[in-house]
Design a protein around this ligand. Structure first.
Ligand code: ADP
Length: 563
């Protein structure tokens, strides 16, 4: 048995560990999945931003698609002759001049020192479709050309294309026209940006178009001046602590950057929500599983304890049945032999047989009650009765018995005419069991109090003793079949742990309830409450009388009497 007990504990522990282990793994994979979702969402968003900045850059080149196939040598010759570009290149210039991104188009031939001296600078005139002399020097043009000059110089040796585009931060774009085979530069087309158009119209529009409902807010920030130039969500305000990453514009818009916040992104919110939902479902499942496991374990232990108690009960009962039979057999034998003639002894043998027969009958009745309840049959026949009369009659019948046991009997019957509807036999069985227990489980102070009182809806019968009492833990079990408190007095007292389970069963069959208040060493009070019978239950009564007897099923459970 002991071996199996440890095995059971080991299996329970293994089960709990397995559940917890599986749960841990599940939580971990849920978390990893959640993190992955967030990471891929983040990655995806970064890609979108990078793609946006690339597209923007190509947008600036757009008017010059086609420049790559222009013969720079030919263009240079034409320019040296006419002071103008060839028609195909002028077409491109015209397109660029129409583009609102640029304010003007300037041309600075290589080798000219226009920006150092007061030499005139060429500016494209769209109406005339040719270069004209500009009236003044825009500094931005000279800056742009200067930057382009420096950058192109260093790569000219191995450069294979006929043009190179260079940005001067957010101010201008310069295209160096390169004669690649000769490793020489023909000149620089420099176009200042229309910053007003970019900041006020173009970039805000593009940001809203691209990221308006992308689940992220993208800001265009001039970090040199610490100003926000535009944002994809016009209704929200920029908060630096909400920014999750920053993307520069590679090669251009050096002073500007895109700053991104993910707050409220639908994918993130959905992932968070599903993560939380999954955790809740998992936690509930685990709790249910653990609960079921523990419940199975506990109920198996209880079943085992019950089986042990039942086995003990059988052994006891067999022994107790044998004792009166043996006494009766011996006394009967003596009488049958005709050897006993003395009237005194005859009477004594008769009394022995009578008493043992009563004891036997009681035991058999108890066994039958239990057997009936176990088999699902408990016969009750409720009737309307005056509770005070019932208690009084019980006391009259048992007063001398109680007092002969050395008990001080105190009765307080404060009710006058309260009616209840109970089965009289059940009532007597209940009272007898409670009184018997009070007698059995009292040692020094032999006191028995029987009190009858009522509240609005119930009458309360209390049986009080000043005996050994019980702990709260024991109280939880005393109504279980075969349960006996492990105590030296209980060990010495005859009983099988059946009385209170029968009492509870009968109380509930009679629509009542039972409670115990007890203090170890001080005594116990058992309170049985029955509903008061009144006018409103009269109709039910009619029905009851029409039912001659009633089978109540399910032992040891509260069963509704069919009314
Ligand atoms: P039995 O008395 O035959 O053992 P019961 O079902 O009547 O069985 O009672 C169950 C257990 O409850 C008893 O063994 C005893 O330990 C405890 N008990 C019952 N009544 C009292 C009482 N009045 N005072 C102390 N303990 C009691």
């Amino acid at each position: 048995m002991k071996r199996y007990e440890s095995l059971r504990w080991i299996l329970l522990a293994a089960g709990v560990f397995a559940i917890l282990g599986l749960t841990g793994m599940n939580v971990y994979s849920l978390y990893a999945l959640h993190e992955n979702t967030l990471a891929s969402d983040r990655k995806n968003k970064k890609l979108q931003i990078a793609e946006f900045s690339d597209r923007l850059r190509y947008r600036f080149y757009k008017p010059y698609y086609g420049l790559g196939s222009v013969d720079i040598e030919r263009l240079k010759n034409h320019f040296e002759k006419t002071g103008q570009f060839t028609d195909d290149v002028k077409e491109l210039l015209k397109k660029a001049a129409d583009d609102a991104i640029y304010t003007d188009i300037y041309f600075i031939p290589s080798g000219s020192n226009v920006c150092q001296s007061e030499a005139p600078i060429l500016k494209y005139h769209a109406g005339k479709n040719k270069f004209v002399r500009a009236p003044f020097y825009p500094a931005v043009v000279c800056d742009g050309t200067g930057i382009a000059r420096t950058q192109v110089k260093s790569l000219l040796e191995h450069y294979r294309y006929n043009n190179k585009i260079i940005f001067d931060a957010h101010r201008s774009i310069s295209i160096a026209l390169i004669n690649a085979p000769e490793h020489s530069i023909f000149g620089y087309l420099t176009m200042p940006f229309n910053q007003h158009f970019l900041i006020e119209y173009y970039l805000p529009k593009k940001l809203v178009e691209k990221f308006g409902d992308s689940g992220m807010t993208v800001w265009l920030r001039d970090w040199t001046h610490d100003t926000i130039l535009a944002g994809s969500d016009t209704s929200s305000t920029y908060q630096r602590d909400k920014i999750q990453f920053v993307q520069n514009f590679p090669d251009f818009f050096d002073y500007w950057q895109l700053e991104v916040s993910f707050a409220g992104a639908p994918a993130v919110a959905a992932s968070n929500a599903s993560f939380v939902k999954n955790l809740i479902v998992l936690a509930t499942a685990v709790l249910l599983l653990l609960g079921a496991l523990v419940f199975m374990f506990i109920s198996a232990r209880q079943e085992r304890a019950l089986a042990q108690r039942q086995a003990g009960f059988l052994a006891n009962v067999t022994h107790e049945l044998k004792t009166p039979i043996a006494v009766m057999q011996a006394a009967g034998e003596n009488l049958a032999d005709g050897r006993v003639k003395n009237p005194e002894r005859l009477k004594s043998y008769g009394t022995h047989i009578y008493k043992e027969a009563i004891r036997l009958r009681r035991m058999i009745k108890k066994l039958l009650d239990i057997a009936k309840a176990d088999a699902g049959q408990a016969l009750i026949d409720p009737e309307v009765a005056n509770i005070k009369d019932l208690v009084q009659s019980y006391i009259e019948d048992h007063q001398s018995y109680i007092e002969n046991k050395g008990f001080l009997l105190q009765t307080t019957l404060s009710l006058t005419e309260q009616m209840v509807m109970v089965d009289i036999d059940s009532f007597n069985t209940i009272s007898s069991n409670l009184v018997e227990n009070a007698i059995k489980y009292s040692t020094h102070e032999k006191y028995l109090g029987i009190t009858l009182s009522s509240n609005k809806s119930e009458v309360l019968l209390q049986v009080e003793d000043h005996g050994i009492g019980m702990t709260q833990k024991d109280i939880l079990h005393i109504f279980d079949k075969f349960y006996r408190v492990e105590d030296s007095l209980t060990a010495q007292t005859k009983g099988h742990g059946l009385g209170l389970s029968i009492v509870k069963n009968l109380v509930e069959l009679n629509e009542g309830r039972i409670e115990v208040a007890s203090t170890p060493g001080k005594g116990s009070i058992f309170t049985v409450a029955f509903p008061v019978f009144n006018e409103s239950t009269e109709a039910s009564l009619q029905k009851i009388h029409s039912i001659s007897s009633q089978i109540i099923s399910e032992p040891f459970k509260k069963e509704k009497y069919v009314r």
